[in-house]
Design a protein around this ligand. Structure first.
Ligand code: GDP
Length: 163
């Protein structure tokens, strides 16, 4: 989970952990770690997703074992966070990280409609340039959060079938 400070990464991961598609018995949260686990039962198959919250993808790219997916998040009321998202996607592409793993571009805070500074079209265009999936969400009003969680898992499963 990559994005500028304040875009809602922490809030989104917390919201994932209360999602209705999570198995109730396994809804645990490791508060001491920056890696947070969400267990999901989707299409009869159980998966565990570990989220790492970071401002820059650089450390994740440099890891011996990079993540299975990149979720790049910006806030629609913060133009600079959109520019940061673009920089991060460019870095991922340059490091050849996007060939075998999915990237999802997430526009958050769409509940703040009157303060919007980044249009839906601009988000779609950016996602298209980097062949990323695009979704607009609001963690604040829990809009499209479950859809995003399912989308992340589906994209990971799809890529794993291909490679
Ligand atoms: P992080 O720095 O990316 O981890 O951002 P946080 O998750 O700490 O969120 C920063 C602030 O934005 C907090 O005050 C959140 O409550 C708020 N926030 C997160 N998502 C939304 C949203 O969808 N709508 C609104 N209005 N506020 C949000």
């Amino acid at each position: 989970m990559v994005g500028a400070p304040g875009v809602g990464k922490t809030a989104l991961i917390s919201q994932f952990q209360t999602s209705e598609c999570i198995n109730a018995y396994d809804r645990q949260r490791d508060v001491d770690s920056s890696e947070q686990k969400v267990s999901i039962l989707l299409n009869g198959e159980e998966s565990e997703l570990y989220f790492v919250n970071c401002t820059s993808a650089k450390e994740e790219i440099d890891r011996f074992e990079p993540p299975d997916a990149f979720v790049v998040i910006y806030s629609v009321v913060d133009k600079a966070s959109f520019q940061k998202a673009e920089q991060e996607l460019a870095r991922m592409l340059d490091s050849d990280m996007l060939r075998s793993r999915p990237a999802l571009l997430v526009a958050n805070k769409i509940d703040l409609a009157r303060s919007r500074a980044v249009s839906t079209q601009d988000g779609k265009c950016l996602a298209c340039t980097y062949k990323a999936k695009f979704i607009e969400v609001s963690v604040g009003i829990n809009h499209n959060v479950d859809e995003l969680l399912v989308g992340i898992l589906n994209q990971i499963r799809l890529k794993k079938q291909q490679y």
